[in-house]
Design a protein around this ligand. Sequence first.
Ligand code: ADP
Ligand code: MG
Length: 277
Amino acid sequence: MSTTETAKPELLLAHHLKKLKLPTFLSEYDKIARLCAQDGVDHPRYLLRLAELELIERERRMVERRIRAARFPATKSLDSFDFKAIPTLNKMLVIELARCDYVERRENIIALGPSGTGKTHIALGLGLAACQRGMTVGFATAAGLVNQLIEARDERRLLRLQSGLGKLKLLIVDELGYVPLSPVGAELLFEVFSQRYERGSTIVTSNLPFEEWTSVFGSERLTGALLDRLTHHVHILEMNSDSYRLKQSKSRRHKSSRSEPKPGNETVDPETGEVTT
Ligand code: ADP
Ligand code: MG
């Protein structure tokens, strides 16, 4: 056989596999063929192995895409969460929620508690779990989302943004309550929650108890209507504890104060009041 004859089917095969979008078939078929020949594996099983590899890779790429699209500010998983540090949090409920059945049921989650108690960490962990199950997820702070909405409205692409937000299986709105919203901002955020009602799941984290949400949205009528929708099918995560960050830095300082104190060189975390030297 001439070299052109042997090269030809491989080139054609590469072309076809690319066109069929089977990159793993293409990169692995030669290696797997040699392994199968060594082990005396027949053709159906050889093809089965390749098909399985293709599926595994495809799923991995899809999860990666979901994670990128979610725009998480950091990757945190529930594995690194220390549940003992926050006894008010129902660990079994969080573990159950990580299975993401609530997303299929279009239920919501609200995590409430002071700053530094792990609300964002839990929201990120649940978001990651949803991505790993192939669900579409979006993450934004309440203030960031309102800015996006106002910008989209000014640029006449509000409907497109709203429709995109409405299609997400899970939307995470972090830090509701740190900044009071303008009347327009409150109305736009209300519309997002309203459009998602019974169509998709929403996770909200807030440092404010429900009674104080009116101070964020300005209007009692709007807050009532919003809470009505958001809490119709909801899991509440009570995260009342001392700040995890603060506790950690206290124990760090406790250890270092026994070595050498350095007065007059502190910075204060504006969010937690945590003092670091
Ligand atoms: P919050 O959103 O309630 O202000 P964060 O989730 O941002 O708090 O937590 C502050 C920091 O402390 C983060 O780095 C987070 O990963 C960490 N943290 C908080 N609680 C825990 C915990 N129970 N176990 C592990 N890390 C935690
Ligand atoms: Mg937070």
